[in-house]
Design a protein around this ligand. Structure first.
Ligand SMILES: C[S@@+](CC[C@H](N)C(=O)[O-])C[C@H]1O[C@@H](n2cnc3c(N)ncnc32)[C@H](O)[C@@H]1O
Length: 199
């Protein structure tokens, strides 16, 4: 991701999408294989981009919603969903996540490389939205970008800071070791945690 201020729609229009894996993340596949997502779950993916994970979830019978501010990304996602025949219960929604209010809370939220694009103040607002978007006891599949760099985006999601942001009074953190997911290019990686929303 470039360091200057981001115009996401322009990035998609110019094909400047170096973050895109071209397919669903290994983290999602591992969590699916481990049965982390119950059958027929409603799943929200904020900042989904082209939504490879939305498509994978939809193919497996989940009700997946991909949310993104970039119209081109959502148009491509909805086209892919219709091609896979998975558009009946899954969809892409073009909206600003800071204004998005779903009609119903979700069983699962999958967070991948959206949080790391937000500054500290935006991250605090985002945590409140994530909590509000989930049903009580529902789960947040959380991938934390590890860059080791100062500044961003992408911002380094320092674990100490993340445990403050996702406060244990509002989120149960797992005791087991996180997933370690390499980024497609370079030395960066993500740490994957399953958090449970508390009331
Ligand atoms: C680094 S990209 C990651 C995309 C996708 N999660 C992936 O892993 O390929 C960040 C995404 O967040 C979206 N985004 C950034 N700010 C947003 C906002 N305020 N509301 C909705 N989407 C936003 C961008 O359009 C972009 O698609």
């Amino acid at each position: 991701m470039k360091e200057e201020s981001l115009n996401w729609e322009e990035r998609y229009q110019e094909g400047d999408t170096g973050w895109d894996r071209g397919g669903p993340s290994a983290a999602l596949m591992q969590w699916l294989d481990a049965g982390a997502i119950s059958e027929g779950s409603s799943v929200l993916i904020p900042g989904c981009g082209y939504g490879h994970e939305v498509i994978e979830l939809a193919k497996r019978g989940h009700k997946a919603t991909g949310l993104d501010i970039a119209p081109s990304a959502i148009k491509a996602l909805n086209h892919s969903l219709s091609e896979t025949g998975a558009s009946a219960s899954s969809l892409g929604v073009c909206a600003d996540l800071f204004e998005y209010e779903p009609a119903q809370p979700f069983d699962v939220v999958y967070e991948q490389t959206c949080l790391c694009t937000l500054n500290a103040k935006q991250s605090q607002d985002y945590e409140k939205s994530l909590h509000r978007w989930l049903k009580e006891d529902a789960i947040l599949l959380l991938l934390l970008m590890q860059t080791g760099d100062a500044g961003g985006p992408p911002f380094h999601c320092d674990l100490k800071d993340m445990r403050q942001l996702f406060d244990p009074s509002r989120w149960s953190w797992p005791t087991k070791a996180p997933l370690l997911i390499p980024r497609p290019k370079g030395p960066r990686f993500e740490l994957g945690f399953i958090l449970q929303r508390k009331s």
